[in-house]
Every structure is written in C-alpha cells, then in structure tokens.
Design a protein around this ligand. Structure first.
Ligand SMILES: NC(=O)c1ccc[n+]([C@@H]2O[C@H](COP(=O)([O-])OP(=O)(O)OC[C@H]3O[C@@H](n4cnc5c(N)ncnc54)[C@H](O)[C@@H]3O)[C@@H](O)[C@H]2O)c1
Length: 375
C-alpha cells in the first residue's frame, strides 16, 4: 500500500480543503491549528469547544473571517463543505466524535491515543471503512527525521531480523496538569495511554510488526502522593491523581520478537536513553546526542551517531525546515487531496490501543493476556 510521502513534484495539487476543529485546547493550539494554518490550500472554517471562548479565540487566531463557532460538535458536522475534521478532545470522546464525523462523510484526524478501549478503536476502523473515508491518528513521532531515517534502514534490511525492541518513555517528573489527564474515566489511564502510546506506535511501525501474541504488564502509583507533588506544569492534588504514575509491559510477537515498554510521569530514574531496535545485523537507539547505530558494519562497536539537534525537525522540502507536527499535517492534507492512504492507518493505531489495554488488564488481573484467546 502506498502512503503519503510528500515530494516536490507530487505536492503540485493544491485543491482547497475546508477543515473543522473539535476541541480547541492545548494540542489544537500547540500542534494542529498552527500546522494547518500555514498550508496555503487549507481553510479552517469551523471551531467547536465546550468552552465557547476557546472556540472563539481559535477562530480569531486561525480561522476564516466567517468561521462557524459552536459548543456541540454535531452542529459542526452538519456543515457540508467541511471535508476534514480534527478530533482534539480528551480521549474518552475520540471514538464517539470520530465515528459521528466519519458517518457525516468527513475525513478524520483524531489525536492519540485512538480510543480508550480496543472495542472502540475497532468501531472507528469500521466507521472509516463503511463510509470510505480516511481516518488517521496524530502520532507525529512517525514524521520525525530520525524515525524516517531508521524506518528506511529497517525496510532495506540494514538491521537484519528485528528480535528485540524497547520503548521507554520516562519523565522523571512530568505530570500534565492542564485538561483531564489524571481523570481515569476521561483519559482511560495515565502515562501509558498518554505518552507510552507514542513510543509503542513508533517502535511497532519501525519494526513493521503488529502480530502480537501476548502482553504482560504491571502498573504502579508510588510517587503521586509524595511531598514533591509539583513539577513545571504546577501542583497536583494527590486525591485527584486517579491513574498510574508508572506502567511496564512485555509484549511477545508471533515471530518470536519481544518488546519491553515503560511509561512514567514520575519515577526516580536517570533518563538518558530512549527507544532501541535491535536486529541480527545492526541496532539503533535514540540517545540524548541523537540516533546511535551499531552492528556488524562496525564489528559490534558503536558505528555512527546521527545528530539532529532538534530531533523532530525535518528538512526535506524545498529547503523548508518542518517540525514533525508540520510535516504530519502536510502529509495528511496531501492524503486527502490526492486520495492516498495516510501514513498512520487506523488498523495499526488500533493494535497500539489493544496493547495498552492489555497492559492495564494484565496489571489488574495479574495474568498474561493472550490475543488469540480474546478474538
Ligand atoms: N500528539 C501529542 O503529542 C499530544 C500532546 C498532548 C495531547 N494530545 C492529545 O490531545 C487530546 C487533547 O489534549 P489537550 O492537551 O489538548 O487537552 P485540553 O484539555 O487542553 O484540550 C481539550 C479541549 O477539548 C474540549 N472538549 C472536551 N470535551 C469536548 C467535547 N465533547 N466537544 C468539544 N470540545 C470538547 C475542552 O473544553 C478542551 O478545550 C488528548 O486526546 C491528548 O491525548 C496529544
């Protein structure tokens, strides 16, 4: 299946695309609206938020002069010439709103994680299929230059057979204190579903392996009550901290490969290494200095450090430097205009949601979750 890799010649098609935004909070203002607004063929023509002032401010900052503003997403979905909807609400609403938007005939970009349950994620995939519309999930790590570089290496076979992966996403002290991130019902969990989801998506996409056999997990809530209940985003009330502060998982794939994953908002851990992918010919790890490679090309020694001072920068278009967020938006709109499947498929994102749910289930029950038994 071809995916939307935008090149100079292919991006010639500049048909106008009208976009509606649902949820005008942090990620809308930090990522989606600025990234869409800079694309010359995109017009953001409608904004919805439960807090009307947020929708109005978004209109003033990023919208067309006559943009529509509302508090009920169903009113936005009635606007016929809106072709694309971005769903940027807390996790619990992703499935309901995305399905409604797909059923209203819109292409949907939904923020990560796809859904709080695998059952909901499957319903979202079905809605995209029955309406013949695109659905993608906002995993912008895939658009980073390091990811794209490594993905090419794996595709060419430079790393050989991939059999060990690890996907740590540790914040020593980093609890998001805006929005509803500590609310278990609205988010579905803590750091695993919030930031772990990015690493799980990235590593499975790098290895191109979605054939999971089993998942074992453990979660902890050990530091949420400590005296230092504050970080750069403010102070939290321990009694409102309903989710884990650390999650750990072990995933086995049908071909024998394994993935160790960790996600923390709070942990006493010296955090100086990131994701690693290891094959029979070579391996790579995300480190503070950049992407480091090793393997048979260097007789097992450290081979090369690819330094990208801003690891999310991409520099492949017309001399433009794009952030991963900008590139994600550009690829997404390219997909819509040119009818090319988006980079992140809903089926892949659904497996990520399934792994996350399985870590939580395993932690709760003390058992390993076998996917074949669950079908
Ligand atoms: N890709 C990333 O790196 C990244 C980073 C942060 C957040 N996110 C994701 O973005 C989503 C939103 O997070 P955020 O940080 O923007 O939170 P936020 O609380 O800042 O923004 C969410 C907004 O949605 C509005 N809202 C809530 N329910 C709604 C509804 N039913 N209809 C319309 N509007 C509604 C809220 O009023 C709020 O303004 C979450 O799913 C989160 O996981 C992704």
């Amino acid at each position: 299946m071809s995916i939307a890799i935008v090149t100079e010649s292919k991006s010639a098609e500049m048909r106008e695309v009208k976009v509606g935004i649902i949820g005008c909070g942090g990620i809308a203002n930090g990522k989606h609206m600025p990234s869409l607004h800079r694309l010359p063929n995109v017009k953001i023509v409608a904004f919805c938020d439960l807090i009307i002032e947020r929708a109005e401010k978004a209109k003033a900052d990023f919208g067309t002069e006559d943009a529509f503003v509302c508090t009920d997403y169903r009113d936005l979905l009635k606007i016929e010439d809106i072709e694309v909807v971005h769903v940027l609400t807390p996790n619990i609403f992703h499935a309901e709103i995305s399905i409604a938007a797909l059923d209203a005939g819109k292409h949907v970009m939904c923020e990560k994680p796809m859904a709080t349950t695998y059952a909901d994620a499957k319903l979202m995939c079905e809605a995209a299929k029955r309406n013949n519309k695109f659905l993608t999930i906002g995993y912008q790590t895939r658009s980073s230059v390091n990811h794209q570089f490594l993905r090419k290496m794996v595709e060419r076979g430079d790393l050989g057979e991939i059999y060990y992966m690890c996907a740590p996403n540790f914040r020593r002290r980093g609890v998001p204190l805006w929005g509803v991130f500590m609310d278990k019902e609205k988010q579905g969990g803590g750091p695993l579903i919030d930031i772990g989801t990015h690493s799980i998506d990235a590593i499975m996409n790098l290895a191109n392996n979605y054939d999971v056999v089993s998942v074992t997990g453990a979660t902890y809530r050990k530091l949420a009550d400590t005296a230092y209940n504050s970080n750069e985003w403010g102070i939290w009330k321990p009694e409102e901290f309903e989710v884990e502060d650390l999650a750990v998982g072990f995933v086995k794939f049908r071909n024998g490969a394994v993935l160790e994953l960790q996600a923390a908002w709070l942990i006493n851990y010296v955090n100086d290494g990131g994701m690693a992918i290891c094959g029979t010919k070579g391996g790579a790890q995300y480190c503070k200095e950049g992407l480091k490679l090793t393997g048979e090309m260097a007789d097992g020694q450290l081979y090369e450090t690819i330094v990208h001072p801003n690891s999310t920068a991409r520099d492949l278009f017309h001399g433009e430097t794009l952030t991963a967020e900008q590139y994600e938006a550009k690829q997404w709109i390219y997909s819509v205009v040119n009818n090319v499947p988006p980079v992140t498929s809903p089926e892949q994102a659904a497996v990520v949601s399934r792994v996350i749910e399985a870590v939580y289930k395993s932690a709760e029950t003390g058992k390993t979750i076998y996917f074949d038994e669950e079908e």
